[in-house]
Design a protein around this ligand. Structure first.
Ligand code: GDP
Ligand code: MG
Length: 288
């Protein structure tokens, strides 16, 4: 085995450990590499676009990593298989590292360990690191707190984009992408977004892309670099730190309280009480 293969294997092992909770707190620290988040509904073209970005960064001689988010539920397993196949062609490139992380029930579109995994990849000198959200919910806004630049993707499909805008996705994007611009409704989608943005008073660039052919990718890359220059670096690092601490605390507190409820058999009692039309006020009082 070559040194490169060996170190990749070690990195994969380390990342698996982080995902399982070991080494997790050690790697919860500042991510030095440039980080780019990609969010948007399933099927909008996130993985296809990321493949294009990888290609570009490789041409520039950069080591690039992707942390994709897997559904933990069996319902949307199909999308994941698609991702793997799409990015497969980089499997033999030692300068590309692609990791899928299970969301494990965490809300917000990324896994609890996504940040720590990105730190480990950053130490292994992968730069940039691209984080793809799960793509099933409309509340996938956590990634914007973690990364430097977040890209929200739309496609000219149905009314789901309008839903997404109302659900707060509009507020998080640094760059908007209207992908599948080879489809006739793309212009209407872009016009609708322009209107929404001007009403919100924000200045966000909208870029039309065709991820399957690579059209518009250069413009997107320019916008990413432009945004990177404009970032309030200290504010961004602080936001990312607060997000990481908060999400870890939320998880720890939940696990701790659930365990102590179970120890006292309060867990089952609380479930029964609710089913029987009773309140859990007494149990909650015992906790505080
Ligand atoms: N027509 C068209 N299809 C696209 C484009 N980008 C992606 N697709 C297709 O849309 C489907 C979903 O893409 P994928 O990247 O897996 O979406 P994700 O679920 O957001 O990661 C695939 O069949 C892609 O080939 C595009 O720009 N135009
Ligand atoms: Mg995908």
């Amino acid at each position: 085995m070559t040194t490169v293969e060996n170190s990749r294997r070690q990195l994969a092992q380390l990342i698996r450990k982080i995902e399982e909770g070991e080494e997790f707190s050690y790697y919860t620290k500042r991510i030095l590499s440039q980080t780019i988040g990609i969010t948007g509904s399933g099927g909008v073209g996130k993985s296809t676009l990321i493949t294009r970005l990888i290609q570009h960064y490789r041409e520039k001689g950069k080591k690039v990593a992707v942390v994709a988010t897997d559904p933990s539920s069996p319902f949307s397993g199909g999308a994941l298989l698609g991702d793997r196949i799409r990015m497969q062609r980089f499997a033999t490139d030692p300068n590309v590292f692609i990791k899928s992380v299970a969301s494990r029930g965490k809300q917000g579109g990324i896994a609890l360990s996504s940040g720590a995994i990105a730190s480990a990849l950053s130490e292994a000198e992968y730069d940039p690191i691209i984080i793809e959200t799960l793509g099933i919910g409309q509340d996938e806004i956590d990634v914007s707190k973690l990364v430097d630049t977040s890209i929200v993707m739309f496609s000219p499909r149905t009314g789901d984009q309008i839903q997404a805008m109302k659900a707060g996705i509009m507020e998080i994007g640094d760059i908007f992408v209207v992908n599948k611009s080879d489809m006739p409704a793309a212009d209407a989608m872009a016009a609708q977004l322009t209107k929404e943005i001007s009403e919100s008073g924000r200045r966000i660039e909208i870029i039309k892309t065709v991820a399957t052919t690579g059209e518009g990718i250069d413009k997107l890359l320019e916008a990413i670099e432009e945004h990177q220059k404009l970032i309030d670096a200290i504010g961004k690092k602080k936001e990312s730190a607060v997000y990481q601490i908060e999400s870890i605390l939320r998880d720890k507190i939940y696990c701790y309280i659930k365990e102590s409820l179970q120890k006292k058999n309060y867990w089952d009692k609380a479930i029964k009480d609710i089913i029987n039309g009773e309140s859990i006020a007494e149990i909650i009082k015992q906790l505080v």
